[in-house]
Design a protein around this ligand. Structure first.
Ligand SMILES: [Zn+2]
Ligand SMILES: [Zn+2]
Length: 328
């Protein structure tokens, strides 16, 4: 099978021919049709996430069909279409797993990071961590739902019920979550890279009542804000934008350092939180909700061999919506 391999920080992914993996007990073999390109993949290849399996096949927004099943893998039939997210395995026994916080499991394994992912023709996955994909979506449209959608949704839930919602960084997660927020009758205030008029227009097209640079303050005090951009400076900036009792949620897995700021920005019961990974429950909830709204994803497709170019375009902010590798 074809695969794009991450071997060393600072080197482009290498195109390789590998043997198709065999599904172990409880696993399924999946023919990959599409795999989203996520900012987390950039954090992996840039070495900001420091514990990757090496060599590694990145990619954790995988849509494919089941080709073979390991021993005892009875949850799906051959030919079923499934999605594989970032959380690929958790222990099921620790206090986090037992209390509905499998996203925090110390032993958790992550697709496209500590286990091989979907920048390839085939992959194997633990059947318990696969989701059924709603028929409403094509393979490429569905791929971004699996991380940008799921972790974006978890961030939105963490942000509470506030009506005036700020979103910092209007990429893949934001373009999905803005649609959910609009469906919930919230007002979306979109913050983009200063001067990025195209991104502002994109946000307005998705129903944002206001769009501006991340260095600007919105015309009204916000109730809550989510930061998807990996930029620590945005934390005090978002605290300035929310009113008393306001919530600021950091939705990314990595962020540059947060500069110090006066306590007055946090006072009056403002709070800062973060979102880590996802639970299967987030996935079930979000994938049931998305086609009802319906959430539409805007995707830019690349061939598997173009993975390096897709990553580069994501890095430079040149992908509108989400980038997706199409494997066939
Ligand atoms: Zn656990
Ligand atoms: Zn991701």
């Amino acid at each position: 099978m074809r695969a794009m391999l991450f071997e060393k920080i600072g080197q482009p992914l290498r195109q390789a021919e590998l043997v198709v993996p065999k599904p172990a007990a409880g696993q399924v073999l999946i023919r990959v049709h599409a795999c989203g390109v996520c900012r987390t993949d950039l954090h992996v290849v840039d070495g900001e996430l420091t514990q990757p399996k090496l060599p590694l096949i990145p990619g954790h927004e995988i849509v494919g069909t089941i080709q073979a099943k390991g021993e005892g893998a009875e949850r799906f039939e051959i030919g079923d279409r499934v999605g594989i997210p970032w959380l690929g395995w958790s222990c099921g026994e620790c206090s986090y797993c037992l209390w509905g916080q499998e996203n925090l499991c110390d032993k958790a394994r992550f697709t496209g990071y500590t286990i091989d992912g979907g920048y390839a023709d085939y992959t194997v996955a633990d059947q318990r961590f696969c989701f059924r994909i709603p028929d409403f979506y094509s393979d490429t449209e569905a791929a971004p739902l699996l991380c940008a959608g799921l972790i974006g949704y978890r961030s939105l839930v963490k942000a509470g019920d506030g009506k005036k919602l700020g979103i910092y960084g209007f990429g893949a997660a934001a373009h999905i979550i803005a649609q959910v927020a609009r469906y919930q009758n919230r007002e979306v205030y979109a913050f983009t890279r200063p001067g990025d008029k195209q991104a502002e227009q994109f946000a307005r097209g998705l129903g944002a009542v206001w769009a501006g640079g991340s260095n600007e303050l919105p015309p009204v005090k916000l109730d809550t804000a989510i930061i998807f951009a990996p930029v620590g400076d945005l934390v005090p900036q978002a605290l300035r934008a929310v009113g008393k009792g306001g919530i600021v949620v950091c939705g990314g897995i990595h962020m540059s350092d947060i500069p110090s700021f006066p306590y007055s920005l946090l006072w009056e019961e403002r709070s800062i939180g973060s979102v880590a990974n996802l639970t299967r429950r987030d996935g079930e909830e979000f994938l049931a909700l998305a086609p009802r709204i319906p959430v539409r994803t805007e995707v830019q497709t690349f061939s598997l061999e173009e993975a390096n170019e897709a990553l580069e375009r994501l890095r430079s902010g040149k992908i509108q919506g989400a980038g997706v590798l199409v494997t066939g």
